[in-house]
Design a binder for this molecule. Structure first.
Ligand code: UDP
Length: 433
C-alpha cells in the first residue's frame, strides 16, 4: 500500500486529457471522474465539443475544440451524421489541442476517451500517445459491447423464449439484453466464449457511482458542475415546489436527455400520473413539449409540475422524493440507487433493458412497468406500479433495499473503497508508462 501511495504522489504532475461524447449521460460521469483525478493531484483538461459546456470548478480546465450541438438538437434522430461531423472536427481539433498543451509546457500523458468514439485511439497512435477507453455503462454492458466489437455482428435473435447464461451475470431473457445485441443471430455458448475472452484480455476497472460524494454523505452543497450541462440550467423552482410537499410523497418522472416517447405514450403516461392521484414532477424536454396532451400542464397543476429540465441530483436527494419513474439510463439508475430512491423502470433502448433487469431482479429496488403487446406503456399499469412502489409492504421493502444500495454506493467511493482503489490503480499505472 505504501508503494502504491508513493506512485500516486510521483505522478501528481501527470496531465490527463478527458474527452467525453457530446451527450449529457456521457459528460456527467466523465466530469466526475475528472474531479476525482484532480483531487488526487493530477492536472486534468476536459475536451468539449459544445460551447455550453463550461466549468465553474477551478480544478477542471475546459478546452473547446468544436461547437457541434445546439440545445434541442436530437442526436438520437441522426446519430450517424452527428458521429461523422464529430470525427471530422476532432481529427483536426484534438491534435491541435495536444500540440498546444505541449507548447505550454504541459504535455499530455494520456487521453481518456468515451467508447462511443473508438477512432480517437487511431489519432492518439499517430501522435504516439496512450489512450484509455471510458465506458459510461455498467460492466455487464461493457462486455456486451466488447463482444459485439470482437465478433463484428453477434446475432442472438434465434433465442426467442430461451435464457442467456453468461459468466458473472444473472440469467437473462432476450428482452433483458441490450438492444444493440438482441436483434442479431448467435448462440449463448459463443457469446459466453467471447465474454470470457473479453474478461481475460480487457480488464475493466469499475469506478463510481460517478456522483459527487457530497450527495452520498448528505452535505448538500451546490455542485454547479455536476455535468457541464448541454441543457438550460435546471429549474430551481421545482425545488421550491418540492419543499412544499410531504416527505416521500412525490413521483419524479424523467426519460433522460435522449429518449423520446410517442404522442400516444405521452398521453398514457399523463393519464396514468393523473389517475395515481399522487404529486408528480415530470421532466419533458423542450423538444418534446408539443407531444403533451393539450392543456395538460395547466390542468394538472394542482397535483403535478412539468419542467423542461431539472437539477436531477437535487431532486432525487429531496426529502419529498417518493419514487423515480425512469428510462433506466445508467446515470439515472446509479443516481437513484445512490440516493436511496426506489424506481419504476420503463427502459427504452440500448443498455436500458439490462439496467432495468438489474434494478428489478438483482437489486430489488424497483418494479418494471409492463408494456402491452405493441410494446407501449398503458395508463392502468402505470397507476398500478406507482401504487406498488409508494404503498404497502412491497413499497416499504423496495425503499429499504434502495437505501441499502445507497450505503454500498457510499462505501465504494469513500477512501479505500472499490472505486477509490481503482482510480488509484489507474493513476499508478499511468506513472509506470
Ligand atoms: N438529468 C438532469 N436533469 C434532467 C434530466 C436528466 O440533470 O431533467 C441528468 C441526469 O441526472 C443524468 C443525465 O442527465 O445524469 C442523463 O443520463 P442517463 O444516463 O440517465 O440517460 P441518457 O440521457 O444518457 O439517456
Amino acid at each position: 500500500e505504501k508503494m502504491e501511495r508513493q506512485e500516486v504522489v510521483t505522478s501528481s504532475k501527470t496531465h490527463v486529457l478527458l474527452f467525453p461524447f457530446t451527450a449529457q449521460g456521457h459528460i456527467n460521469p466523465m466530469v466526475q471522474f475528472s474531479k476525482r483525478l484532480a483531487s488526487k493531484g493530477l492536472k486534468v483538461t476536459l475536451v468539449a465539443t459544445n460551447k455550453s459546456m463550461q466549468s465553474q470548478d477551478s480544478s477542471i480546465k475546459v478546452e473547446h475544440i468544436a461547437n457541434l450541438l445546439d440545445e434541442g438538437d436530437q442526436i438520437i434522430n441522426s446519430v450517424d451524421s452527428f458521429l461523422d461531423r464529430l470525427q471530422v472536427a476532432v481529427s483536426h481539433g484534438l491534435p491541435e489541442l495536444i500540440e498546444k498543451q505541449k507548447g505550454l509546457g504541459c504535455p499530455v500523458k494520456i487521453v481518456v476517451y468515451d467508447s462511443t468514439m473508438p477512432w480517437v485511439l487511431d489519432i492518439l497512435h499517430k501522435l504516439g500517445l496512450y489512450g484509455a477507453v471510458f465506458h459510461t455503462q455498467s460492466s455487464a454492458i461493457a462486455f456486451f459491447l466488447g463482444a459485439k466489437i470482437f465478433h463484428g455482428s453477434l446475432k442472438i435473435g434465434s433465442l426467442e423464449g430461451e435464457n442467456v447464461v453468461l459468466p458473472s451475470m444473472p440469467l437473462m431473457g432476450v428482452k433483458d439484453l441490450p438492444s444493440f445485441i438482441s436483434d442479431m443471430d448467435a448462440y449463448p455458448a459463443l457469446l459466453r466464449l467471447v465474454v470470457n475472452w473479453m474478461a481475460s484480455q480487457w480488464p475493466i476497472k469499475t469506478i463510481g457511482p460517478t456522483i459527487p460524494s457530497m450527495y452520498l454523505d448528505k452535505r448538500l452543497e451546490d455542485d454547479k458542475d455536476y455535468g457541464l450541462s448541454l441543457f438550460k440550467p435546471g429549474d430551481e423552482d421545482c425545488i421550491k415546489w418540492l419543499d412544499t410537499k410531504e416527505s416521500g410523497s412525490v413521483v419524479y418522472v424523467s426519460f433522460g436527455s435522449l429518449a423520446n416517447l410517442g404522442e400516444d405514450e405521452m398521453e398514457e403516461l399523463a393519464c396514468g400520473l393523473k389517475q395515481s392521484n399522487r404529486y408528480f414532477l415530470w421532466v419533458v424536454r423542450a423538444s418534446e413539449v408539443s407531444k403533451l396532451p393539450t392543456n395538460f400542464a395547466t390542468e394538472a397543476s394542482e397535483k403535478g409540475l412539468v419542467v423542461n429540465w431539472c437539477p436531477q441530483l437535487k431532486v432525487l436527494a429531496h426529502p419529498a422524493m417518493g419514487c423515480f419513474m425512469t428510462h433506466c439510463g445508467w446515470n439515472s439508475t446509479l443516481e437513484a440507487l445512490s440516493l436511496g430512491v426506489p424506481m419504476l423502470a420503463v427502459p427504452q433502448w440500448t443498455d436500458q433493458p439490462t439496467n432495468a433487469k438489474y434494478v428489478v431482479d438483482i437489486w430489488e429496488a424497483g418494479v418494471r412497468v409492463k408494456v402491452d403487446e405493441k410494446g407501449k406503456i398503458r395508463r392502468e399499469e402505470i397507476e398500478m406500479c406507482i401504487r406498488e412502489v409508494m404503498e404497502g409492504e412491497r413499497g416499504n421493502k423496495l425503499k429499504r433495499n434502495a437505501v441499502r444500495w445507497k450505503e454500498v454506493a457510499q462505501e465504494a467511493v469513500d477512501k479505500g473503497g472499490s472505486s477509490d482503489k481503482h482510480i488509484d490503480e489507474f493513476i499508478s499505472e499511468l506513472a509506470c508508462r
